[in-house]
Design a protein around this ligand. Sequence first.
Ligand code: NAD
Ligand code: TYD
Length: 356
Amino acid sequence: MKNYLITGGCGFIGTNFIRHVLTIRPDWRIVNLDALTYAGNPSNLENLPSDLAKRYHFVRGDIRDGSILEKILSEEKFDGVIHFAAESHVDRSILSPETFLETNVMGTFRLLEASLKGWHALGKQDSFRFLHISTDEVYGSLGPDGYFTEQTPYDPSSPYSAAKASSDHLGRAYFRTYGLPVLITNCSNNYGPYQFPEKLIPLMILNILEKKQLPVYGDGKNIRDWLFVIDHCEALIKVIEEGVPGETYNIGGGAERENIEIVHLLCDLMDSRLGRLKKESSSRLIKYVTDRPGHDRRYAIDATKIKKELGWSPKYSFEKALESTVDWYLHNMGWVDSVRSGEYRRWIEVNYQDRS
Ligand code: NAD
Ligand code: TYD
C-alpha cells in the first residue's frame, strides 16, 4: 500500500482528488489533514463507497500548528505529502490578507519542516515526495500574446498570489538546501463539482438559478485558462508518480475564455435546463461592477513540459465539462445549502456592497 498525507482535502480540488485517486488507485491510503475553514467541508468525503472509505482517514488540524504536523508525520510512515491546504480566494485576500500569509506562507513552512523531519526519520527514502500544489497566478498578468512557461519570472499581483509565490520559493529552497524531494505544480483556473460558490463559475450558476445579479468585474474581458478539476487531479497523479524532484510543472487546459463569454454560456445552459424563455433570458441579470483591484488581465499556460515529459494532457472538453458542472450543482442543492452558512452570506454582502 502507498500511504499519503494530504492537506486541505476537504476543499474543492482536494475533495475531487481524494475521491478520484482512491477510485483509480486501489493501493493508495490517504490521511487528510484539514482545518475546516469556511472552504472545507468534511461531508464532501463522508459518503464514500466502503472500499474507498476503509482507505481514508480524516484528521482535523491546522498546518500552522507544527506540533500536530510532527505528531502525524512521526506516527505514520508516509510515502509522500500532497499539499493543497491554502486560503485560495483572491477577493478575500484583498479584504483580509493576513490569514493568507499565515496559512499559505507560514503553514507551508511548518509543513515543509515537519516533512523534512519525517523524511529524515525514515532514512531519507528516495521514493518520498512532497508535492506542492500552486497556481499560475504567481506569474502575474499576460498581455494578449504569450504563455506562462516554467521559466516565466514570478510577478504576483494579489496578496493571494504573492503568498502562493512565497510558498513556492520555500518549497524550492527545501529541495535545494535540504534535498527534500519537493515537486511544484502551477495550474490554471479549475472548475467542477464541490467548488465553493464564491468563485466565478459556481457563483454565477447559483445567482442565475436564484435570479440574482451577475456581477462581472471591469469590462468582463479578463481571460482565464480553464481546466476541469479531474484533469488537474490526473496531472497531479502523474507528477507524484513520475515527476522529477526539484522540478516544476505547469498545468493548463488550453481553454482560454473571457469572463463575459463564460457568464453568457452559463446563462444559456441554465436557461435551457430551467425552461426559461428567450425574452426572460438570464443574461439580463448581468451587471458590470467595479473592477477587482490589481485584476490580472490574462492567464494562459504553456503545458508542453508536462505533456512531453510525463505524457499528460487534458481529456475533458470545456463545453461538455461545464455542462456537467452545471448539472452537478442543480442536482446537489443540499450541498450548496450546507456550505452557504451565515459566514458565506456575510462575505457576499461585504465583497459586493461597494462594487455597484
Ligand atoms: P479551497 O479553498 O476550496 O480549499 C482549501 C482547503 O484547505 C479547505 O478544505 C480548507 O479548510 C483547508 N485549509 C485552509 N487553511 C488551512 C489550514 N491553515 N490548515 C489546514 N487546512 C486548511 O481551495 P482549492 O480551490 O481546492 O485549492 C487547493 C489548492 O490548489 C490551493 O493551494 C490553491 O492555491 C491551488 N490551486 C487552486 C486552483 C483553483 O482554480 N481552485 C488553481 C490552481 C491552484
Ligand atoms: P475567480 O473565480 O475568483 O478566480 P481567480 O481570481 O483566481 O482567477 O475569478 C475568475 C475571474 O472572474 C476573475 O477574472 C475575476 C472574475 N469574477 C467576476 O467577474 N465576478 C465575480 O463575481 C467573481 C467571483 C469573479
